[in-house]
Design a protein around this ligand. Structure first.
Ligand SMILES: *[C@@H]1O[C@H](CO)[C@@H](O)[C@H](O)[C@H]1NC(C)=O
Ligand SMILES: *[C@@H]1O[C@H](CO)[C@@H](O)[C@H](O)[C@H]1NC(C)=O
Length: 357
């Protein structure tokens, strides 16, 4: 794979300086066969079928990618995007899942807000959106169970403003430059931070949102959208850590990567002078601890399992139907909550209370 080669090269420099554990993990990350594909923006909308089903508008703005049947109401667990959607914004045409995250704004000194644009990730095409990963075990051979029809989950907590209570592996990386060196090591290693970086990042900020990898094997959803899944009891997914007996079924590791192009705001005259940073997530979170990701599974029957078993890598697996970004970007959906979300806004959509770190 072209991208994994680039990744390996990018990692070489970092390995020398990183600790042995970091270096090893980085190398494993570089060499593992993992599905990695772009899902372009479907819509920015103030709806949240998982946490605030039916609420129009929901309390904060999201960026949504994937199948076009995304809706404020997607009844748990019967609503199947694979059946309801007619197109997807993802590279894999049979993936009609929905993936969504908060979006990011810049707060100007005069108190107005502007949405931070995004960059397309290395080797991928499309427009703003999310890079999605499905990662099989790093040992290169053991099997995982693909998410079943009806499956949903949530990682992170939109209400958090301190590190305490944070789930694992929700990180920010501050890139020094735009040479797309971004793949310098596995997420949440090196200088990655849970909170938003406090300095100007010459290459933008990467957000990685990694989901738990153990399932109770019974419930497709749970009241908080979290209890039916768990993290390994010891070690990590990366190190092959075991699942707890309550959640014995090993899932692939689902990860979202979002590349925020904060560089357009890298201007000393625009930045606060008190050492704080000016970026704020749509729920009013200027700390970064509240970042979160939502998932509603919507692959066509059996396709994801087949791809995982075949150890598909990148965004062009032969056993799967792919589509070009020209096709995927045509898949769109109108906003359910019509509001002006571009330009300089006097308040964030929904006017949530704003907290900075
Ligand atoms: C979306 O939800 C609205 C109600 O909020 C409903 O009227 C509409 O039929 C739904 N669309 C789909 C595709 O389910
Ligand atoms: C607020 O600040 C931004 C950034 O400097 C500027 O572009 C915008 O015009 C200002 N808005 C008002 C109402 O002054």
């Amino acid at each position: 794979m072209q991208w994994s080669l680039l990744l390996t090269l990018a990692l070489t420099a970092q390995d020398a300086s990183a600790g042995p554990a970091n270096g090893l993990m980085a190398r494993q990350f570089a060499q593992a066969a993992m599905m990695r594909f772009q899902c372009s923006q479907l819509v920015y909308d103030r709806i949240d079928p998982l946490v605030q089903p039916g609420l129009l508008p929901s309390t904060h703005m999201h960026q949504i990618v994937g199948g076009n049947s995304f809706n404020a109401t997607m009844t748990s667990v019967t609503y199947d995007p694979a059946e309801k959607s007619t197109c997807t914004t993802c590279d894999y045409a049979e993936d009609l899942s929905n993936y969504w995250t908060a979006n990011l704004y810049f707060r100007a000194k005069n108190g107005t807000y502007k949405r931070v644009p995004q960059m397309v990730n290395l080797g991928l095409q499309g427009r703003e959106g999310v890079t999605v990963y499905y990662i099989p075990p790093y040992d290169g051979k053991s099997k995982v169970t693909a998410f079943p029809k009806g499956f949903r989950m949530l990682v992170g907590d939109a209400g958090l403003r301190t590190k305490e209570g944070q789930q694992k592996q929700l990180c920010h990386r501050c890139f020094a430059n735009k040479k797309q060196d971004p793949f310098g090591g596995a997420p949440c290693t090196g200088d990655d931070t849970y909170d938003l970086p406090k300095k100007q990042c010459g290459g933008g900020i990467r957000t990685t949102i990694t989901f738990p990898t153990c399932w109770d094997g019974k419930n497709l959803d749970s009241p908080n959208h979290k209890e039916h899944v768990a993290y390994p009891t010891s070690g990590s997914f990366e190190s092959g850590g075991p699942c707890p007996s309550t959640h014995p079924v090993k899932l692939p590791q689902l990860m979202y990567e979002v590349m925020w192009d904060t560089t357009v705001f890298n201007d000393n005259s625009l930045w606060p002078t008190d050492g704080s940073q000016p970026f704020v997530y749509s729920m009013g979170d200027g700390t970064g601890y509240g970042q979160h990701g939502d998932y509603v599974f919507g692959w066509k029957d059996g396709v994801l399992q087949k791809a995982l078993d075949a150890r598909c890598s990148g965004n062009a697996c032969k056993t799967l139907k792919t589509q070009t970004s020209t096709v995927s970007t045509k898949c769109a959906k109108a906003q359910s909550v019509h509001e002006d979300a571009e330009g300089w806004l006097t308040e964030l959509p929904g006017a949530p209370a704003v907290t900075f770190g």
